[in-house]
Write a protein that binds this ligand. Structure first.
Ligand code: NAD
Length: 334
């Protein structure tokens, strides 16, 4: 029996890796019905979302729709970036895959994707799209904070809202959400990002309780650092640049040290996408997946400390020492 999966944020990183992996799944569990492959609801890669997308073509497109049944819907904001997924698949798009335009901040694009999938049993929804924002809180603009929440939190909410009713009607399904260690514990200079992932955690934990009688499993995959374009893509001010001019020297010094810590943490602790994908595959394949799965045990001691000492002071001290070193309890050295 095939499993139908829809994934958001498939133009790069974890989403791209998962889509490619599932579409090429050796066990053929994600096999389509043998129909020819389609791209963006009929459009070839490279066509802009305005021209393509799920609602992009009627007529021949809708006739084809009736017989097509791909098992992996890889969705992305910008279909032009679909080339990378195609390359990963060796230039050949298997009949198990359909690429759809989906911007999680755009309700119309979500409605169009939901419409395309309608009538097919969607077994697994993977809410993976996400963005980062790093830097001293004083430098985070209103616009940057709102856009981040629009993708990381409201994007996940909208995506779940679009596909949940059908899962509830079937009384089956699973929802997997790309969360983060930053959703379990605060990280310096990532306040807004962590706030968004903490919000995602609260959202999912609350929803999981209601979904239990519907036989819908919700799993948060808690990623640590992963080697994707995430770090390179995330907005962050240059510690020597003009953006930090009005900021006190002490915070600038801490931020510089944090960036160095972050570079070295990524160098020696970042996981490869393939390693992280194992956790997603387990969440897809296990009969009763847990609410939370971590991709690495590396941060478990800090998380345990946070849980064991609910007033938070032990965690704040330990995290400070972990990032900035001991002997500077107040972080007073620039
Ligand atoms: P990535 O930047 O390669 O992938 C994120 C994807 O989300 C991109 O393809 C991007 O185009 C997409 N996206 C952004 N805004 C979107 C929108 N409005 N609509 C649809 N798609 C949108 O990074 P990644 O590491 O693969 O990130 C995937 C998820 O993993 C994110 O939710 C991220 O927060 C989480 N995560 C990543 C790391 C890491 O170190 N890489 C760590 C913890 C958690």
């Amino acid at each position: 029996e095939r499993t139908t999966v829809l994934i958001t944020g498939c133009s790069s990183g974890i989403g791209l890796g998962l889509a490619a992996r599932l579409a090429a799944d050796a066990a053929r569990r994600f096999k389509g019905n043998g129909a020819t492959r389609r791209w963006g609801g009929a459009a070839p890669p490279g066509v802009s979302p305005g021209q393509a997308g799920a609602g992009g073509r009627a007529g021949a497109g809708s006739a084809a729709r009736a017989v097509l049944s791909p098992a992996v819907f890889a969705t992305m904001r910008d279909l032009a970036k679909g080339e990378r997924l195609l390359e990963r698949l060796g230039g050949h798009c298997p009949d198990t895959l359909e690429v759809l335009q989906l911007d999680v901040t755009d309700p119309r694009s979500l409605a169009a994707a939901a419409q395309r999938v309608q009538g097919q049993r969607l077994d697994v929804l993977v809410c993976n799209a996400g963005v980062g924002l790093m830097g001293p809180l004083e430098t985070c603009s209103d616009q940057a904070m709102k856009s981040l929440f629009d993708v990381n939190l409201f994007g996940a909410v909208r995506t779940i809202q679009a596909f949940l009713p059908a899962m509830k009607r079937r009384r089956a399904g699973r929802i997997i959400v790309s969360s983060s260690i930053g959703g379990l514990q605060g990280l310096p200079f990532n306040s807004v990002y962590c706030a968004s992932k903490f919000a995602v955690e609260g959202l999912c934990e609350s929803l999981a309780i209601v979904l239990r009688p519907f036989n819908i499993h919700l799993t948060l995959v808690e990623c640590g650092p992963v080697n994707t374009s995430f770090l390179a893509n995330l907005q962050h001010p240059d510690p020597e640049g003009s953006e930090l001019q009005g900021l006190d020297a002490e915070t600038r010094g801490l931020y510089r040290r944090y960036l160095r810590h972050c570079q070295s943490l990524f160098c020696d602790a970042a996981q490869e996408v393939d390693e992280v994908l194992q956790v997603f595959l387990e969440a897809i394949g296990t009969p009763c997946p847990p609410l939370r799965c971590v991709t690495t045990q590396r941060f478990a001691p800090l998380w345990r400390l946070r849980l064991a000492s609910p007033d938070g002071s032990a965690y704040v001290g330990a995290m400070h020492d972990f990032v900035f070193g001991r002997g500077e309890a107040g972080g007073d050295q620039p």
